[in-house]
Design a protein around this ligand. Structure first.
Ligand code: CA
Ligand code: CA
Length: 268
């Protein structure tokens, strides 16, 4: 084989390698309301918004999900920086933004293999579980205010887990204040059976046993429960907001641990 043949082969191999690398879909994840590119997965890593945006060509098609159902698919515009104060956060315009839409995912698999069931937030057993959890965090005589309860089998083992959001900042209109009164909190909790016992694990949250001034607390809410990486297990996607900004964060919740995979947002 002569040298030029070898180099031709080398160029061909390089071309095949780079084109297959480019063709690997990055499965970008977009928050429907803001259009923010939350992340995409590349070589096993969850990318930040800017790096995910760089792998997202205009016209990419997305499956669109709400909390309990899938909606009509949409296509996305070319991502652009949302600029000041968050130049590293990128957003797209989706071809449709349904009212109940929460997350758009550029992936062919069904990210809602099991559908969360929204249930009554006043069930005494859960009010009691949240009270005990808050007391464990130092909140004395907690005023329990559950905002969401969802039943969903996260891992597909046939046993349902229960996700609970609870927030009380003692504002009349439910808005997020800039300072926290005594005994205020916001959290997302997961109730699941571990080794035969029901346990309450925090997914995220903040708890104020004493009032704090101008500490910009967050309000946490479950935005969606989706299998964002196609492994059959569902991740928990939480929307957080404070008085001048917010973020979307994806958590993986295994019985052994709850870990934050990636978070994207914008705030002053
Ligand atoms: Ca389960
Ligand atoms: Ca998953």
């Amino acid at each position: 084989m002569n040298l030029s043949r070898v180099s031709q082969l080398a160029i061909l191999a390089l071309f095949c390698f780079s084109s297959s690398a480019m063709a690997a879909p990055a499965h970008a994840i977009v928050e429907v309301k803001t259009g923010y590119v939350i992340t995409a997965k590349s070589n096993g890593k969850w990318l930040d918004s800017a790096h995910a945006a760089a792998l997202l060509p205009a016209g990419t098609s997305f499956r669109v999900y709400g909390l309990v159902r899938e909606m009509a698919p949409a296509t996305a515009s070319k991502p652009e920086s949302v600029s000041e104060p968050c130049p590293d956060t990128y957003s797209v315009k989706l071809s449709s933004e349904p009212e109940e839409g929460a997350i758009a995912l550029a992936a062919s698999w069904n990210a809602l293999p099991r559908k969360p069931r929204v249930t009554d937030t006043t069930q005494p057993a859960y009010v009691q579980a949240v009270r005990e959890f808050l007391e464990g965090q130092g909140v004395k005589n907690p005023k329990v205010k559950i905002t969401q309860i969802l039943r969903i089998d996260l891992d597909g083992d046939g046993e349902e887990e229960v996700l609970i959001s609870a927030t009380n900042y003692f504002t009349k209109d439910g808005s997020v204040p800039s300072s926290t009164p005594d005994g205020s909190y916001s959290c997302v909790l997961l109730r699941r059976v571990v080794a035969g016992k029901v346990k309450t694990q925090p997914v995220c949250g903040e708890f104020y046993s004493k009032a704090k001034h101008f500490n910009a607390p967050n309000r946490y809410r479950i935005l969606a429960v989706l299998d964002v990486d196609g492994d059959g297990k569902m991740e928990v996607i939480v929307d957080s907001a404070y008085y001048e900004g917010g973020a979307t964060t994806i958590y993986r919740c295994t019985p052994a641990k709850i870990e934050e995979l990636v978070s994207t947002g914008c705030g002053a």
